[in-house]
Write a protein that binds this ligand. Structure first.
Ligand code: FAD
Length: 510
């Protein structure tokens, strides 16, 4: 009798799950007939996670979350949606490190990409006489794992993001930039081939020569044309060590002149920069940098000026170049005009340098909000931008909390056939306004971001948003400018029913 009542209890639970699903879900009921239905989750915990992202600013609930066990699960889900009288939205969620709800799919299905890693292709390092070294990487894989797998063979990708706990598919849907991009281009410039499931549910391999329209569309394509399930990434011999300095500047023109000089020569391997608006910034470096010269000078200068600037500069080396690295670095530094003596330096392994941000994904306290703004600014307008934004708005930030990145990039390292939008100048700057705020106080920072955008609009500074976020299609059309007709055409070709990545709000309101 015990066994019978246990079976009965299980049956009741199964029946009640099915009835909850069919009554609360706007997905068509016959989705339960699909093989993948058992991998659709609609419990509050799964829905809650898939409704939010790193930004913690936008909440949109899907009806279900797919934990795919194979690529076929995703193909079948997309095909099913295409065949519905009212197709539902489907968003790939890599690591959910978007900040404005871009991975959400209100009422539709969010695909939990990390599940693919259980049976997926993983990370395979290979060599080919015509291609050199490369890695075939599942779209769900994190860059930290690509780094580890490459280093096992003495190899590494050449272009990175600052933070490595992001998925390959997620960063390739944007661009993927960091201090190496001036030299190698963004991550989307360092991909040889992709496997993509389009919005029609077709599995297609593409490259510069094979299905190029899909290849270039997907790179920087904000998830609009297909879900990347494999990327072939260029690898090169990995250096073992890194010489790394931070230089302090008090004059904006000197700071940008030196940055532009550094990205015009091939000597450094990495060039970034930050705005110093409070003492914490340099205090944080003291733990990892050995030579914190005159900290008190920096504090006094900061009090006087309200803002300082720092260039972060790196040169790689290995056993063969170890004997000359100090001299080479010295030569490089001699060409620069930072404040004498205000230099922080470190010497570390390539792994520790690339993984310098560590893993931010296990917050111990309540979730913070991240009302970020990322911009690309044309070089020719940088002094107007400095006058109206950096020198006037940033020092007034009452409670600066976060990091403000600012460094130049070379346009020639970007391929104009990709979907990403950048300024029409040989050199442009990226500004990352990476605020952290208590969830109930983010409006102050959003207002700050609006002031930046408002100023640019008013005086005609032609900025472009990176990781863009807009509310209306008119704003998207303006963002894409001359690229809009191609972007629109690619959508009609690869996702004519507007199924993919509705959380970007380009073709659908949610
Ligand atoms: P998600 O947020 O999960 O997805 C982003 C978009 O891509 C969504 O529209 C989603 O539907 C789509 N998508 C996800 N996976 C796929 C796929 N396989 N195929 C097709 N579409 C897909 N960016 C930089 O360039 N440089 C940096 O240094 C950098 N540092 C960051 C640090 C932190 C702490 C955070 C939170 C973000 C940072 N970013 C940086 C931004 C980051 O690159 C993007 O937010 C990226 O989308 C995050 O990857 P993800 O896997 O979390 O993508």
């Amino acid at each position: 009798p015990c066994l019978i009542s246990a079976h009965f209890a299980v049956l009741i639970i199964i029946l009640s799950c099915i009835s909850i699903f069919s009554f609360t879900s706007p997905l068509p009921n016959d989705i339960v007939s699909l093989d993948l239905a058992t991998r659709l989750r609609h419990d509050p915990h799964s829905i809650n996670i898939a409704s939010n992202d790193y930004g913690n600013l936008v909440r949109e609930s899907p009806s279900a979350v797919l934990h795919p066990s194979s690529i076929d699960d995703i193909v079948n889900l997309i095909k099913f949606s295409n065949n519905c009288s009212t197709p539902f939205g489907i968003s790939a969620r890599g690591r959910g490190h978007s900040v404005r709800g871009q991975t959400t799919a209100r009422g539709g299905v969010v695909v939990h990409m990390p599940s693919l890693s259980e049976n997926g292709i993983g990370i395979r390092v290979s060599w080919d006489p015509s291609l050199g070294y490369y890695a075939d990487v599942g779209g769900e894989q994190m860059w930290i794992d690509v780094l580890r797998a490459g280093l096992d063979h003495g190899l590494a990708p050449v272009s990175w993001t600052d933070y490595l706990y992001l998925s390959v598919g997620g960063t390739l849907s944007n661009a993927g930039i960091s201090g190496q991009s001036f030299l190698h281009g963004p991550q989307i410039s360092n991909v040889l081939e992709l496997d993509v499931i389009t919005g029609k549910g077709k599995f297609i391999t593409c490259s510069r020569d094979k299905n190029p329209e899909l290849f270039f569309g997907v790179l920087g394509g904000l998830g609009q044309f297909g879900i990347i399930t494999r990327a072939r990434i260029i690898l090169e011999k990995a250096p073992t060590r890194v010489k790394w300095v931070r230089l302090i500047y008090s004059n904006f023109s000197t700071f940008t002149r030196d940055q532009e000089h550094l990205i015009s020569i091939n000597s450094p391997n990495y060039v970034e920069g930050i705005l110093i608006t409070n003492e914490n910034t340099t205090n944080q470096w003291r733990s990892s940098f050995s030579s914190p010269s005159n900290q008190s000078d920096i504090v006094a200068l900061l009090k006087k000026q309200g803002i300082l600037y720092s260039i972060e500069l790196v040169k790689y080396y290995d056993n063969q170049t170890a004997s000359t690295i100090d001299k080479d670095f010295e030569t490089l530094l001699k060409e620069l005009n930072f404040i004498p003596g205000l230099i922080f330096s470190a010497d570390t392994s390539l792994f520790d340098f690339l993984n310098r941000v560590g893993d931010l994904d296990s917050p111990t306290g309540p979730l913070e909000a991240h009302p970020w703004l990322n911009l690309f600014i044309p070089k020719s307008q940088i002094s107007d931008f400095n006058a109206g934004v950096l020198a006037s708005l940033f020092p007034k930030l009452n409670e600066p909390s976060g990091i403000f990145l600012f460094y130049p990039l070379n346009r020639k390292k970007w391929d104009d056939r990709t979907s990403v939008v950048i300024p029409e100048e040989d050199v442009f700057y990226t500004l990352g306004v990476l605020h952290s705020s208590p969830p109930n106080a983010y409006q102050i920072y959003d207002e700050f971001n609006s002031q930046i955008l408002g100023f640019c609009e008013k005086v005609g500074i032609k900025v472009k948003q990176y990781l863009p976020n807009y509310k209306s299609q008119a704003e998207w059309i303006k963002h894409f400018g001359p690229k809009w007709p191609t972007f629109r055409q690619r959508k009609s070709t690869f996702d004519p029913k507007f199924i993919l990545s509705p959380g970007q709000r380009i073709f659908n309101s949610a």
